[in-house]
Design a protein around this ligand. Structure first.
Ligand code: 1GP
Length: 239
């Protein structure tokens, strides 16, 4: 029996353990690279591998995760841009609702479309409130979801959105500045959201330096997601 990924993250919040996930986009990573990438991730001692992207070709994720699983024991968590990226080869699924947006497609439609598959799957399904914060770029999430991100200055709205997510029964809150963000989610939003919710907090988007990583952790992120910096071989764990 594999350990529950949600329990692992909840336990981290309770014990102040800080977790890292490396994000791999099957659309940007060729499967030939998987053996070497897996080695790099193992070396970093990342806790999870997140797999997903805003636009991934249908069917690609299944093969990608299957290959990844042959090369690493690190749990694989789906972080899908749409329901076609859901595969039973992974360990868990972030069942995302884009709470900062007002597009029904990403609040409920995609979730309904995934049900025929999920009903018969063994994936651990983790209800997650996904909140897009303005990272200073036209992020893929913004383009695909056609929603307005929350301004970095509007702490009140970010906090209220996170609390509403918790009241709706989400088990995790994910503050997202968007992949490749110029401005990662600022310290104030992280700390205020953290103080106001009793569920774990994920932070990602634009984290490229050790200082940014430490800032996110020190202000209350329980799990930080690193995508672009890993792709670009930026060593933010030792620099
Ligand atoms: C994207 O938060 C993640 O969903 C990672 O962002 O690629 O900027 O690290 P980066």
């Amino acid at each position: 029996m594999t350990k529950s990924i949600l329990k692992h993250i909840q336990n981290a919040r309770a014990t102040n353990e800080k977790l890292i996930a490396i994000l791999l986009d099957p659309d940007k990573t060729s499967s030939d690279e998987i053996p070497s990438i897996s080695k790099r991730i193992e070396k970093l001692k990342a806790n999870f591998i997140f797999v997903g992207g805003s636009l991934v070709e249908n069917g690609k994720t299944t093969f990608f995760v299957k290959t990844l699983k042959k090369h690493t024991q690190i749990p694989v968590v789906l972080f899908p841009g749409d329901y076609s990226q859901v595969t039973n080869e992974a360990d868990a699924l972030l069942f995302l609702s884009l709470l900062s947006g007002r597009n029904p497609e990403y609040l409920i439609e995609q979730q309904i479309k995934s049900v025929p598959f999920l009903k018969n799957s063994t994936l651990e399904i983790i209800p997650t409130g996904y909140i897009l914060i303005d990272g200073g770029t036209q992020s893929s999430v913004l383009k695909v979801s056609k929603t307005t991100p929350i301004s970095q200055e509007n702490i009140e709205l970010a906090v209220a959105t996170a609390i509403a997510g918790m009241y709706k029964g989400k088990q995790l809150i994910y503050l997202e500045a968007g992949s490749g963000a110029i401005k990662p989610v600022n310290a104030k939003i992280i700390s205020e959201v953290h103080k106001n919710i009793s569920i774990p907090l994920i932070v990602g988007g634009g984290i490229r330096t050790k200082k940014q990583l430490t800032t996110a952790f020190e202000n209350g992120a329980d799990l930080v997601i690193i995508g672009t910096a890993f792709e670009k071989h930026i060593d933010l764990f030792n620099t």
